[in-house]
Design a protein around this ligand. Structure first.
Ligand code: NDP
Length: 328
């Protein structure tokens, strides 16, 4: 019998709970690649899964962890062999398929991305799903034809995971970044990532007008609800906002005014089912467009057994930047 350390979520007569266990390899789900996981991370969705605050987990018991990095142990998939370094994001891992908070994971090879040259597994998970999603947002803005000479870029939820990586990426690419945060105490942190201006998220989080003063040409929004509505209302003519999150809420109490009077575009971003070509392009860009020292400055590392406590912290808005979990 071969067992390994894992965080397991159970839901039964004794309630909904997550804790460290020894997991039996024979209980892993089907897949053509088995990976020795070295690192995972805590994303907002992991917080929802571990606490049970939203019904993101669809099977019990579940190993949470929507992403991981590690080394292929065995593979019958044509593209992967033992020893290959790989990354996984999404595809329902940690929701419907046993996830990354375990020393082993068995998944479909079609879901894996190769670790880019020059990037360590720990760095890949410092980026994690949050950072990869920030890159998908930036690439969507670029595909829309937006460039830094068009005006500033706003980032909401700036001190969070998606936000921190988005600030760093946009600043490195030459944008003047306006960072919206509820944590005034993180102003110096956000400036160290490259933000030029900090605004209080309270400016954007209450019900607003259909159109406001034109303030930014582009934006990355991980907050949704009134914040996204106000961000759209204050976007310059022909600008665009990439929307990926719902930290404030899933609703969008907006009007069509920014779309029909200013030609503003709302670009939807999904990381979970993003096609392979887009994933690979995003990870390749992350290897070149994100400073390693900036990434290190926004990252802290915890042990596997600390993941449940960190999950509660991320939902409480207490996590700054990114959290890597040392699994292996
Ligand atoms: P974090 O918790 O790290 O960041 C969210 C940030 O949002 C917080 O740090 C805080 O920033 C801000 N925030 C929190 N609560 C509120 C509120 N009530 N009103 C306004 N702002 C608030 O989470 P992640 O960065 O990991 O994820 C961010 C969002 O993006 C989540 O909703 C997540 O589900 C989503 N997401 C979506 C993906 C996709 O595929 N579409 C992939 C990855 C993430 P500050 O303190 O600076 O104000």
């Amino acid at each position: 019998m071969s067992t390994f350390k894992a965080i397991r979520i159970d839901k039964d007569d004794q309630g909904y709970r997550a804790g460290l266990v020894q997991f039996d390899e024979k209980d892993l789900m089907e897949g053509d690649v088995t990976v020795a996981v070295s690192h995972s991370t805590v994303n907002y969705k992991d917080g929802l899964a571990i606490t049970g605050k939203s019904p993101v987990v669809r099977r019990f018991p579940m190993i949470p962890g929507i992403d991981f990095a590690g080394t292929v142990e065995t593979s019958t998939h044509k593209d992967f062999k033992a020893g290959d370094k790989v990354i996984l994001n999404g595809f329902g891992v940690g929701e419907t398929h046993l996830g990354g908070y375990a020393q082993k994971a068995r998944v479909k090879g079609d879901w894996l991305v190769r670790l880019p040259d020059g990037m360590s597994a720990a760095e890949a998970m410092a980026i994690g799903t949050a950072g990869y999603t920030a890159m998908l947002c930036v690439m969507a803005l670029e595909r829309h034809g937006l460039t830094p000479d068009r005006g500033p870029a706003v980032v909401t939820g700036a001190a969070g995971g998606v936000g921190s990586v988005a600030v760093a990426l946009l600043a490195k690419l030459g944008w003047r970044v306006i960072a919206s945060t509820g944590r005034a105490s993180e102003a110096d942190y956000l400036k160290s990532l490259g933000a030029a201006e900090i605004i209080d998220r309270a400016e954007l989080s209450a019900p607003g007008k259909p159109l406001g003063k034109e303030r930014w040409a582009a934006g990355v929004d991980s907050v949704g609800s009134h914040t996204l509505a106000n961000v759209l209302a204050q976007t310059k003519y022909a600008g665009a906002i990439a929307a990926c999150g719902l930290a404030q809420g899933m609703d969008l109490p907006a009007s069509v005014a920014p779309f029909i009077l200013r030609g503003v575009a709302l670009l939807g971003i999904d990381s979970v089912m993003a096609p392979q070509a887009l994933r690979q392009a995003a990870w390749a860009r992350l290897a070149t467009d994100l400073d390693k020292s900036t990434l290190a400055a926004m990252t802290k590392t915890v042990k596997l057994e600390d993941a449940p406590a960190t999950a509660a912290d991320i939902l409480a808005g207490k996590v700054r930047g990114r959290v890597v979990i040392e699994v292996g």
